[in-house]
Design a binder for this molecule. Structure first.
Ligand code: PLP
Length: 415
């Protein structure tokens, strides 16, 4: 995995160059588009700092990235300058982070992990409907109980069957015995086509499903299946901290990924990235999108080019080496929390390659959890877990304060 680090000067130059290759609402004759610059009363474009602010300048120029630009020349060309930046971003993610061969994938910057997950399941549902003349009732989506709620949301929207599998209590991975038993049942019940969501880190625990064992089991049953990897949370950390990352396009059984820029990457909201092998997007082509050159293959339609530019800027300012260092620092900080919890005898869940520490609620008071804004696994009943997410703002000082209060609670408990 390698992509070059650029200086801020170079990034600035590239973004302004891209903007100059876009259609400019101010200086060109643009009569047909329902888009324009951002409102000039609020976003005045003669602010002197803008010449040093490539992201804000892109925001104000307001390029629309509607459609998918990895599909070749058959797309809108009003904003081809910043489309090229999005293509470089998708290339870094697909080829460098997830090991794809050049030209073997498509992708776009979606509104978030939710959209990217829905897009994936929508594609595979239509794939089975079109290629196998499947009936909606033949298709089942399989996912673990710790899976993000966007997957059941997609199941609900798409009118297919959702099948939740228990997790192993120790590893929080999808429980393979339970999966095996349920596969027996669903085959008997007549389901023929399977869409399997595999978590490259869950949101609550940072647990990672065992992709290879899942594939072995699906193959043992000779199932017709497609695998989507939900890396909305883990996509920008796990491949950097796990040196033998099995979640790549080199694994033929994996067809797509969701990865959120607006979580680990610290990009603004609206930056979920969807990646899929070539020749799959056609199953969600909306032919009725007559006014869009090249049609539309996304769920969202119009989307801001500034989002793509911003994610690209973040990846480029760090380079692959810088990003890897940054992610290791978070994991190290999570390690030190775990060591202290071990000393105190506090029970928790932690995946060694992730920056989430999920504490057993029996070992801490709700008051302490609220004071430090730990997030509970549910808000209705008594929580079972509270999680710490070691993001860049979670500094050692505040960790130390929290741990010392937690220690006081443990000592009072023993007394
Ligand atoms: C956050 C998250 C999502 C949903 O992402 P949004 O960007 O909030 O739409 C999906 N899956 C996982 C694992 C997540 O952590």
């Amino acid at each position: 995995m390698y992509w070059e680090k650029y200086s801020y000067e170079k990034i600035k130059h590239k973004v302004f160059e891209a903007l100059s290759n876009n259609t400019n609402y101010n200086t060109e004759k643009v009569l047909g588009l329902p888009g324009t610059l951002l409102d000039s009363e609020v976003f005045y474009d003669d602010a002197p700092f803008l010449k040093d602010a490539p992201f804000l300048s892109t925001l104000i120029a307001n390029p629309n990235h509607i459609g998918v630009h990895t599909l070749g020349d058959k797309h809108e060309d009003f904003f081809k300058g910043t489309h090229e930046i999005e293509k470089d971003l998708i290339k870094i993610c697909a080829e460098e982070i997830f090991g794809a061969e050049p030209q073997s994938y498509d992708g776009y910057v979606a509104s978030g992990g939710t959209e990217a997950n829905i897009e994936a399941l929508w594609i595979y549902r239509n794939f089975y409907l079109q290629e196998y003349k499947a009936d909606l009732n033949d298709i089942a989506v399989i996912y673990s109980a710790d899976t993000h709620y966007s997957i059941p949301k997609a199941v609900n929207l798409l009118g297919v069957k959702g099948i939740e599998i228990n997790v192993d209590e120790k590893t929080r991975e999808i429980n393979l015995k339970d999966l095996e038993l349920i596969l027996h049942d669903v085959l008997l019940a007549g389901y023929k086509y399977f869409i399997v969501n595999v978590n490259m880190s869950t949101t609550m625990f940072g647990s990672v499903d065992d992709i290879n064992k899942i594939i072995d089991l699906l193959d043992l049953f000779h199932l017709n299946y497609k695998i989507h990897i939900d890396g909305a949370y883990g996509g920008f950390i796990f491949p950097f901290t796990n040196t033998e990352n099995p979640f790549t396009f080199k694994n033929k059984a994996i067809s797509s990924f969701s990865i959120d820029g607006h979580k680990m990457l610290q990009a603004p909201y609206g930056t979920g990235i969807f990646l899929i092998r070539k020749d799959f997007l056609k199953y969600v082509c909306t032919n009725e999108a007559g006014y869009v050159k090249g049609k539309d293959y996304t769920l969202c339609g119009s989307r801001s080019g500034a989002n793509a530019v911003c994610v690209w800027m973040i990846l480029r300012i760090h380079g692959s080496i810088g990003w890897s260092v940054k992610m290791h620092q978070l994991v190290d900080r999570a390690n030190s929390i775990c060591e202290r919890l071990n000393d105190m005898g506090v029970k928790y869940f932690r995946h060694r390659d992730l920056n989430i520490v999920t504490i057993d609620a029996n070992f801490m008071s709700g008051d302490l959890a609220r004071k430090y804004h730990l997030v509970p696994d549910n808000h209705e009943e008594k929580p079972n877990w509270y999680k710490i997410v070691v993001m860049p703002h979670v500094k050692q000082g505040i960790i130390d304060k929290f741990l010392s209060e937690l220690k006081d609670e443990q000592q009072n408990r023993i007394k």
